[in-house]
Design a protein around this ligand. Structure first.
Ligand code: AMP
Length: 270
């Protein structure tokens, strides 16, 4: 596996499959890489902790960084190359690296966009920049970050000339007890790790509900009983994610909740 520093060697990797990450790779990331391995052409993974998607109050400084283990995991999962840009590769001094127009699904739902107003500007800026640098044929994103997946799909669909890229989704990888894998799970104390199961359990309860309102009530009730601070626990149309009393199918249940300093998200089809 090649390790790419700087922008000079990238042209050899254009037109392949691309898996963008922030590192601290776990089995969920490896599923994305293995899905890419099953596609034709070269497979390139990027590791870049993007400062623009963190607000000053958020966890940029403490975001887990495990480069040696990441390189081993990416190689084991079948990556041909790992791109390790510096901040000045992505945001060169004196060059405006702007955000493409934010699609409605990044502004209207009041989900991640409501809780983290800077977030999708940062994500779309870095993903567009990486797409411009790597010109991939396809890129793979996890369903774990469901709104992000819809935002990237919409961004690409809005500008097919700039982004002639197929976006492939990859299902959420979970721990055996159901907790969605996340790089941030390492920050959960043992007690919080146990209470974090309430997200997955709430989604299971939502699946047993007769309608969207009942599903939302069941999720909120269980999260509150488990003493999680809820950012949102909602049922939405899976693509637009717009708020509606009777969202049109296909439906997606989405949760964001906080346990101490750790913010967790999860989602499921209903
Ligand atoms: P991150 O490094 O957290 O920015 O995530 C990089 C990619 O991995 C994103 O497309 C995420 O949606 C995806 N991802 C993160 N956690 C999981 C998981 N548990 N299962 C599947 N994909 C995931």
């Amino acid at each position: 596996m090649d390790t790419l520093h700087g922008l000079d060697d990238l042209h050899a990797w254009r037109g392949g499959t691309f898996v963008p990450t922030m590192g601290a790779l776990h089995k969920g990331h490896c599923d994305l890489i293995r899905l890419g391995r099953a596609c034709d052409g070269p497979l390139i993974v990027s590791i870049f902790v993007n400062p623009r998607q963190f607000a000053p109050s958020e966890d940029l400084a403490t975001y887990p960084r495990t480069l040696d283990a990441d390189l081993q995991a990416a190689a084991d999962a079948g990556a041909d190359a790992v791109f390790l840009p510096t901040e000045s590769d992505i945001y060169p001094t004196g060059h405006a690296i702007d955000c493409p127009p934010l699609p409605a699904v990044a502004r209207a739902p009041r989900l991640e966009d409501g809780s983290r107003p800077h977030f999708f500007t940062g994500v779309c800026t870095v993903v567009a920049r990486l797409f411009d640098l790597l010109s991939p044929k396809r890129a793979i994103f996890g369903e774990k970050d469901w709104q992000q997946l819809q935002v990237i799909k919409a961004m690409v669909e809005a500008d097919p000339d700039r982004f002639p890229i197929e976006i492939l989704p990859c299902p959420t990888r979970r721990e055996p007890d159901g907790l969605a894998m996340s790089s941030r799970n390492v920050h959960l104390s043992p007690a919080h790790r146990h209470r974090a199961l309430a997200l997955h359990r709430s989604l299971e309860l939502a699946r047993s509900a007769t309608d969207s309102a009942a599903a939302e009530a069941l999720m909120r009730g269980h999260l509150e009983a488990s003493d999680l601070a809820i950012d949102y626990a909602v049922v939405r149309n899976a693509t637009t994610l717009e708020a509606s009393e009777q969202p049109l199918p296909p439906l997606r249940a989405l949760i964001a909740a906080r346990l101490g300093d750790v913010r967790l998200i999860d989602n499921a089809a209903l």
